[in-house]
Design a protein around this ligand. Sequence first.
Ligand code: ZN
Length: 350
Amino acid sequence: MSRSTGLVLLADQALHDTGDHPENSRRIPTVLDRLQGSDDWDRFQIVEPRAAGIEDIRRAHTKAHIDLVRSSAESAPSWIDGDTPVSKASYDVALKAAGAALSSVDAVVDPSESSPDSLFAMIRPPGHHATEGRPMGFCLFNNAAVAARYAVEHHGLDRVAILDWDVHHGNGTQDILWQDPSVLFISLHQWPLYPGTGWLEERGAGDGEGFTVNLPMPPSSGDREHSQAMIEVIEPILEAYDPQLLIVSAGQDGHAADQLADQLITAAGFNSLADRAAGFAAGRGIGLVALHEGGYNLATLPQLDHAILAGFGDFATDLSDPYSELGAIDVGWPERLEEIKRAQRPHWPV
Ligand SMILES: [Zn+2]
């Protein structure tokens, strides 16, 4: 059975103006140029986003956090930390980015005949580093956590899963959901790397113990390692958890040509991750929402996002990638995979 997919487009994203920063306003338009110029454009259903309200953001962030983002934008141009610039419109754009995540959830959780099986929200600023009380690492509001909490509190879901394949650890998402068993957080990330968290023994606490799953991948891990992690660890955990919604924090900065990390994932690797995630969701009859996170090489990001949409929608696309030849480096993966499984066995059938 074919899988339908679509896009949520954020018209105002460029007003979050970060200049020549790696996380800049050219990223999403560069992706859309490729998609609109391809024969696949007509496949994509386009969903209109709405803005999030303060009450939506408050499900994941403190009032002080929201006030800091607002006041930083009011005094823009300014920096929230050494990595995170804001412009005059950044607060409003961040509310709209989170709102696009909520619109995506609405569309796939309450499916009408016109709703696609999955949606990829082409949003920025990204979100997964923003903790409960601190915007950081290019991120203002944690779009994934805001969306997950909304799915639980507004739509009444009991179990939401977030799969974060951005190359950096989703420390903010982990922080917000640390004690929350209603959201399973699974992160694939290079370790060690910014922000320094995400070791395999970080597994949540209190009622949330076991519902944070970290897969710290050795540097130079590629398609083979990520695929094995997906099949041998992530999918068995997802099967056991039985989520009613799957949210993907989709960062493509693990690609071999991305300047912010050292992983060797290729276009085919991202296509495979997306295909497996969407295949899982379709097999369960649940919706999938992907939220754009990292991915900073403008020469390669468009093809990677296209490859992900092809995986979601189960159609063919050009996966040729000059970096494919780099694969199969010995990074100590079999040993790490065993360590990851050992860390998860108290909680999950891996
Ligand atoms: Zn990243």
